[in-house]
Design a protein around this ligand. Structure first.
Ligand code: ZN
Length: 329
């Protein structure tokens, strides 16, 4: 389907969502949401110190939690999910990927609403106080006068590489110091901060590999190392071996799932935008490949939330019809 047409239908789905929600009861499910960096405000974003990613500020995150509280959602931890969810309730699980220091800004909000959250940590970034490569590519690219399009296409290329190859590319271009974080906006948590953070009863820590590895780019041995070593490092820092994983960039394959099972990981999460329905989510493969929605701070929040809650999306129906038509043709 052409991008412009797809965008137009999506816009229609977003506009229709509140009407659909008022007319049809929302299906019971577990909705999980992905956040990355949590920016203090728009002014921090404007400094171009790191990749703006989804541009979510503390205020947006608070509004997001308040919205779902007001809609009667039960906020759950991974332990609650594994203990079994009731089929007649609507659940939400909050997740943050990567291990940014700025994720500590979520804590007063989690406390205010008494809701848990799951933080997936790229272990070596914390261990070595190393900046994330996409922040380096963005910050240094901006300084060098690259356009946003040029930075995006460089990032798309780097996503196909292993962490070693990405590092080599950026160090060759910007020098060996480029992976030193520039401040509180881009730096990862320190091991001491993560240790303290993990002790909070509302905070759960999960595996996000050693080096933010896009796992299908690695050999079987490389996949094993990225997952198992991260378990070791995180156990050292937080005192337990994580039982959850978020696959960097949502990418996984059969080897990844096997290694996770061997490592005692019980719950895995992707970036596929969909609800998780019970009891199907408890099938072993599904529990290791849960779906997750993404929120954008540069778009209106409530229409996004309504859209994800709505169970009728014209775009999905049309894609389904197109698939059937192609299969017949
Ligand atoms: Zn990540």
């Amino acid at each position: 389907m052409k991008t412009t047409l797809r965008k137009a239908i999506h816009q229609m789905d977003v506009m229709m969502a509140p009407l659909i929600l008022s007319a049809v009861k929302e299906q019971n499910a577990l909705n999980t949401y992905l956040f990355h960096a949590l920016f203090q405000d728009k002014a921090e974003l404007a400094k171009n110190l790191c990749d703006p990613q989804q541009q979510v500020t503390v205020a947006t995150f608070r509004e997001f939690v308040a919205y779902h509280k007001s809609k009667g959602y039960t906020f759950v931890s991974p332990v609650d999910v594994l203990n079994g969810l009731l089929p007649d309730q609507r659940y939400i699980m909050l997740t943050f990927d990567d291990g940014y220091y700025n994720n500590l800004r979520a804590l007063p909000i989690l406390e205010e609403f008494n809701v848990p959250a799951l933080f997936f940590i790229s272990a070596n970034h914390v261990y070595k106080n190393k900046a994330f490569w996409w922040d380096v590519a963005y910050r240094e690219g901006k300084k060098a006068g690259m356009t946003d399009e040029a930075i995006s296409s460089e990032k798309a290329h780097l996503l196909t590489l292993t962490d070693d190859a990405i590092d080599a590319h950026l160090i060759k271009k910007y020098g060996p110091e480029c992976f030193t974080p520039v401040g509180e906006t881009d730096r990862p948590l320190t091991p001491e901060e993560l240790n303290k953070f993990a002790q909070h009863p509302l905070v759960h820590i999960g595996n996000h590999t050693c080096d933010h590895a896009v796992l299908p780019n690695y050999t079987a041995a490389g996949i094993k190392e990225q997952i198992s070593k991260a378990q070791d490092i995180l156990e050292d820092i937080v005192g337990y071996r994580p039982i959850t994983v978020a696959y960097p960039c949502g990418e996984f394959n059969d080897t990844v799932l096997q290694v996770c099972q061997q490592e005692g990981i019980k719950l895995g999460i992707t970036t596929h935008h969909a609800k998780n329905f019970s009891p199907q989510l408890y099938e072993p493969t599904n529990l290791l490949t849960l779906n997750r929605f993404t929120i954008w701070g540069n778009e209106d929040l409530i229409p996004q939330c309504d859209f994800y809650r709505s169970d009728y999306h014209m775009l999905d129906k049309m894609k389904g019809m197109l698939k059937k038509f192609k299969a017949k043709a």
